[in-house]
Design a protein around this ligand. Structure first.
Ligand code: DGL
Length: 244
């Protein structure tokens, strides 16, 4: 079984890529919606939640855990790898491919405040940015609208415009989705950004990494199922977005 978790519904954007790539595996999804959003929270709190969720997955018998949350990866993945023997796959900030493929020399990154402060993001940026100008924007309000199941409309457009307009004005030709909630808004982001801009979602690459780590273990009882869990009572939006 593969455990997949996020502060909320965002990790479903990674889960759907995992299912696409490994449809026969069994998944346990955990949405930590009672504590969402993680973005502005203290990293120590996110580490505590990551340990609690990991213990839950271990009780379920998971053999691999995908931290389908950039903010939790930034705050907790080193701690998790130090304290547990189960393998973890985290989110990679996809700024490297965006920087390498940029022709305009300007790249936009949308993420949470926690992700921008993370060592992984900062070291990747320092290593690869070179002459490329990287414009960072915290996607204020975006996680909250996705959690409500609102994926389009004037309110969403206004929030997205506030984030991406400065990137477009500076000539960005790539926009990196550095939060797993944002791929649910990708159609709107692409529409507003226009065809000259490539929107980069790291989820397919993360799913491929999970497949590599899982290796070729064959177990006969696999059903190709997913069990959905949440720290919040209401899982209606979770189930709704999982069925998209
Ligand atoms: N989906 C998350 C991420 O990838 C967390 C969003 C949040 O809870 O602030 O960063």
């Amino acid at each position: 079984m593969i455990g997949v978790y996020d502060s909320g519904v965002g990790g479903l954007s990674v889960w759907r890529e995992l299912v696409r790539l490994m449809p026969d595996e069994d998944y346990v999804y955990f949405s930590d919606a009672a504590y969402c959003p993680y973005g502005p929270k203290d990293p120590a709190f996110i580490v505590d939640r990551a340990c609690a969720v990991t213990d839950f997955f271990l009780e379920k018998g998971c053999e691999l855990i995908v931290v389908a949350c950039n903010t939790a990866t930034a705050a907790a993945i080193s701690h998790l790898r130090e304290h547990y023997t189960i393998p973890f796959v985290g989110m990679e900030p996809a700024i490297k491919p965006a920087i390498l493929n940029s022709h305009s020399g300007v790249v936009g990154v949308l993420a949470t405040a926690g992700t921008f402060k993370g060592e992984l993001y900062l070291s990747t940026l320092a290593r690869f940015s070179g002459d490329v100008k990287v414009i960072e924007r915290v996607g204020e309000g975006l996680v909250e609208t996705v959690e409500k199941g609102i994926l389009d409309g004037p309110e969403v457009e206004a929030l997205i415009r506030r984030c991406i307009d400065p990137m477009l004005e500076a000539g960005a030709d790539h926009i990196v989705l550095g939060c797993t909630h944002y791929p649910f808004l990708q159609p709107v982001i692409e529409r507003l950004a226009g065809p000259a801009v490539t929107v980069v979602n790291p989820a397919p690459a993360v799913a491929r990494q999970a497949k590599r780590l899982l290796g070729k273990k064959e177990t006969s009882q696999k059903k190709g199922s997913t069990e959905f869990n949440s720290s919040s009572k209401d899982i209606s939006i979770l189930l709704q977005l999982a069925s998209l």
